[in-house]
Design a protein around this ligand. Structure first.
Ligand SMILES: [Fe+2]
Length: 199
């Protein structure tokens, strides 16, 4: 599949921090505001975004086989990097271990049967901006590394659409790449702190 290749790039403002936290829970407080504000391009939505997918705690809704992974991160206010965005809404979608999306379509949740909906979901950040969800390690599809699509929104902020790349370090995109910590159970993908910009 080449989902992103079919859509033009959507240049959005911000941002993932250039430096990764060593572990989940380490936010902007550990880095200078200057470091936290290094701007990073957004990324393409791709053709498989479904709106209004319900809140989930596990995106692997039907127990697909694969490597279980816990994704965890934090959403912060780009204009005030020490301030979390309480209640930020994160919509995630990704492939399974065979490189497929469910469904391989675009639309609204109401356009589909619930049973078609998998490896996607909405996660709401807590009062301190932290979010966490279980999932499976996605498979790459040539020529792209494994990745997870993100759409992050909150009242009073610009919506950010971007992607995270896992376990690989392409030279041109090191700022959006994070390692999965496979020594933890389940494996932990510490998403870089996400900074969204007020309107
Ligand atoms: Fe994709």
């Amino acid at each position: 599949m080449t989902d992103e290749s079919r859509n033009p790039a959507r240049r959005r403002f911000l941002t993932f921090a250039a430096s990764l936290p060593a572990a989940f829970g380490l936010g902007a407080g550990s880095a200078s505001a200057e470091q936290a504000m290094i701007p990073t391009a957004g990324d393409m939505e791709g053709p498989f975004y479904i709106s209004n997918v319900p809140v989930v705690t596990n995106m692997n809704r039907f127990g697909k086989k694969g490597e279980v992974m816990r994704i965890a991160g934090r959403v912060m206010n780009a204009a005030s990097p020490e301030t979390p965005v309480a209640g930020a809404k994160l919509e995630l979608w990704q492939t399974d271990g065979s490189g497929r999306y469910y469904p391989e379509a675009k639309g609204d949740y109401s356009d589909f049967r619930d049973a078609e909906m998998d490896l996607r979901g909405t996660i709401i950040a807590d009062a301190n901006g932290y979010f966490e969800v279980l999932s499976l390690f996605p498979r790459e599809y040539w020529p792209r590394p494994p990745h997870i699509h993100y759409r992050i929104s909150a009242d009073g902020f610009r919506t950010l659409i971007t992607q995270h790349y896992l376990d690989t370090r392409p030279r041109d995109r090191p700022h959006r790449t994070a390692n999965v910590l496979r020594d933890q159970t389940p494996a932990l993908f510490p998403a870089p702190t996400i900074y969204i910009e007020p309107v």
